[in-house]
Design a protein around this ligand. Structure first.
Ligand SMILES: Nc1ncnc2c1ncn2[C@@H]1O[C@H](COP(=O)(O)OP(=O)(O)O)[C@@H](O)[C@H]1O
Ligand SMILES: [Mg+2]
Length: 336
């Protein structure tokens, strides 16, 4: 059995990482098609499918729930899901708030709206929450998680830690639950001054928001631990998707050591958009042929440094991959 099939058959969770634009979403969906071909009941949690791919997957109406993708003559099943961050946030606080009043207080706070849209870790964290929820449902043999677009491949792992920091930060706790009357008085004075600078309401909203969120601390931490449990599981693996570039070996080593530091498992590199099999036509102008040959050389050099990590090489396809047929085509390329 080839490396990709072995992973699809033995893992319960596969997480595709890599910088933006390398083909994570495309390959996550193609891996899903391959897993269904192998008989697995699979779900792909994708964050940002290109418009036409989303349409092909039936995800363009932002249903937020799993949609089955009709595949012909395959023994398994394939589902896709695109979490809506704002809605996931609402559901999340509904689930972890001790009372519905607290949850309403959080959701109606203007800071909540800003966090859902602007906070850079929100998409990452909500994707992880969705992963944990789908994982705990036990409904699928395999979950493939496509990570959100980010220039930094590792930003994804920072989200849980960043959120946990919120509860650990002494100054935030101090601000909300001052240790003495004197401290409370001084803090109020300082805040009144700040409010003058930031505009009426902002600081008040911020404090009120933080205080409500603190009420969810116990369950929030429990959820965070569930997420970390899934990420640390022996049945969860991380795949790095990349295209040729000189600094790839360095990036990969950094990625692998960061995974190891956190106790996560590295499952290998998928090298995408390879030009190595491109036939250089005789009709091409000499200058164009030279550029392509140089590119292929650069790619060979990159790959020679990473041969032990590489689990698949996917060639550059002649057009964008945006239909089920295209995904099936790429799924075949994993095998041959
Ligand atoms: N092997 C490939 N050949 C041709 N086009 C590809 C290939 N892989 C990805 N693409 C195209 O590249 C674009 C970016 O891919 P995408 O999967 O959205 O990247 P990411 O999720 O890493 O940001 C899409 O238009 C996709 O169709
Ligand atoms: Mg993507």
């Amino acid at each position: 059995m080839n490396k990709i099939d072995t992973l699809l058959m033995t893992n319960k969770v596969l997480i595709t990482c890599g910088t933006g634009g390398v083909g994570k979403t495309t390959l996550s969906c193609a891996l899903g098609v391959r897993a269904a071909e192998l008989g697995r009941k699979t779900i792909v949690i994708t964050i940002d499918p290109a418009k036409r791919l989303a349409t092909a997957l039936g995800l363009d109406s932002l249903t937020h729930d799993a949609t089955e993708i009709a595949l012909k003559d395959v023994p398994g099943k394939l589902f896709a899901l695109m979490p809506d961050t704002q809605r996931s946030f609402e559901e999340f606080f509904d689930a972890i708030s001790p009372t519905s009043q607290i949850s309403e207080k959080i959701k109606s706070n203007p800071i909540f709206q800003i966090l859902g849209q602007e906070f850079s870790g929100a998409h990452e964290y909500m994707a992880l929450q969705k992963l944990s929820k789908v994982y705990n449902s036990g409904e699928y043999d395999l979950i493939i998680l496509d990570t959100p677009p980010n220039r930094q491949a590792l930003a994804f792992f920072e989200a849980p830690r960043l959120l946990k920091k919120f509860f650990d930060e002494k100054w935030i706790r101090h601000l909300i639950v001052p240790s003495s009357r004197l401290a409370a008085g001084s803090i109020r004075k300082a805040l009144e001054m700040l409010e003058k600078l930031t505009g009426v309401g902002f600081i008040t909203h911020l404090i009120s928001f933080a205080a409500s969120v603190f009420e969810t601390e116990k369950k929030f931490t429990e959820r965070l631990e569930q997420v970390i449990h899934v990420l640390e599981s022996k049945e969860t693996g991380f795949i790095f998707v990349a295209t040729a570039k000189p600094e790839l070996a360095y990036e990969m080593n950094h990625f692998i050591s960061e995974l190891e530091r956190r106790g996560y498992r590295f499952n290998g590199l998928i090298f995408n958009r390879s030009l190595s099999k491109l036939a250089v036509s005789q009709d091409l102008p000499a200058s164009a042929a030279l550029i392509i040959q140089q590119w292929i050389k650069k790619e060979e050099l990159t790959l020679s440094r990473l041969s032990s990590e590489s689990i698949a090489i996917i060639p550059e396809c002649s057009r964008d991959i945006h239909s089920i047929g295209d995904l099936t085509h790429v799924a075949r390329l994993f095998v041959h």
